[in-house]
Design a binder for this molecule. Structure first.
Ligand code: MN
Length: 289
């Protein structure tokens, strides 16, 4: 099942290129903050699944006529594994990889959706890059999860772009801007996706293929990422794990169109906009040593 959020925050089921509004079956407090309808749906999916399946004969709305939102705006955390493909480690000249580094966190305020632009800060001297990543959506609370139990804790998958200002400042600050974590276009549930260990992911900028890799080449695999993170933090329904990027990262600029696709999940194309904000004082022009 493909689960999405759209328009004013309605929950929907995506079938082909259409969406069915099932919001009345799930959540009524659209405007209440934090926006946890999807977290609750994920946490109680065994209860909701038969209810949602009965709604599949409802009228369908063309996806082209709706605004797709980020699926889990109130995820309790976005866990991101850096340097998790050997070819990306090589292009960045990095010796230490995710199996020793572990992970960092992106703020949930950086999440955006398929219909939202990536808004670049006004840092003309700095390179701002795309990273193409698989998003793993946690389905069940867990701590100290042994790797062999990983499947119990995965709800589904999505496409994720980890956007970053390159530089030597604290990584989290460089990756925390609003809209620097597009996730979407929806969540594909794990039961329908099948085996996630052989998934091809691709990213294009203005139609030019920049990244093209398979999850079989991950350094820390999906069970390993769940095992590592859960030995440090309690994982919660709706938590997002960004699996790391393969080689081919590169700059994006205002006016660009960035497309991401993972097979058996879907694709989304997001626009890039240049803003005049975001000039944090930590970002000095190139330092002369
Ligand atoms: Mn990344």
């Amino acid at each position: 099942m493909r689960l999405a959020r759209f328009n004013e925050g309605h929950i929907g089921i995506v079938i082909g290129d259409e969406i069915i509004d099932v919001n009345d079956l799930v959540e009524h407090e659209l405007q209440a903050w934090p926006i946890v309808a999807m977290n609750r749906l994920i946490a109680q999916f065994d209860h909701y699944r038969p209810i949602l399946e009965k709604a599949l004969n409802r009228p369908r709305i063309p996806l082209a006529n709706v605004k797709l939102l980020t699926p889990i705006p109130a995820s309790s955390k976005v866990i991101a594994y850096p340097i998790n493909y050997h070819d990306h480690a090589a292009e960045m000249g990095r010796e230490v990889k995710a199996n020793n580094l572990g992970f960092f966190l992106k703020p949930t305020s950086s999440l955006s959706g398929a219909s939202d632009p990536i808004v670049l800060p006004d840092l003309p001297d700095r390179r701002i890059d795309h990273e193409c990543e698989l998003a793993i959506i946690i389905g069940k609370r867990g701590r100290d999860i042994p790797r062999e139990n990983w499947k119990e804790y995965v709800f589904g998958y999505s496409c994720l772009m980890d956007i970053v200002v390159r530089g030597k400042e604290e990584r989290v600050a460089r990756k925390a801007y609003d809209t620097f974590c597009p996730v979407g276009p929806w969540i594909m549930t794990a039961d329908e996706l099948g085996d996630p260990t052989q998934l091809q992911g691709r990213l294009w900028v203005n139609g030019e293929l920049r990244q093209d890799a398979n999850t079989r080449d991950l350094i820390v695999d999906i069970p390993g990422m769940i095992e590592i993170a859960s030995h440090i933090m309690t994982l919660e329904p709706g938590d997002i794990i960004a699996a790391g990027t393969p080689a081919g990262v590169g700059p994006i600029r205002g006016g660009d169109q960035v497309k991401i696709e993972f097979e058996r999940i879907g694709s989304m194309t997001v626009a890039v906009e240049q803003s005049r904000g975001g000039k944090a004082s930590i970002f000095k022009p190139s330092i002369v040593e």
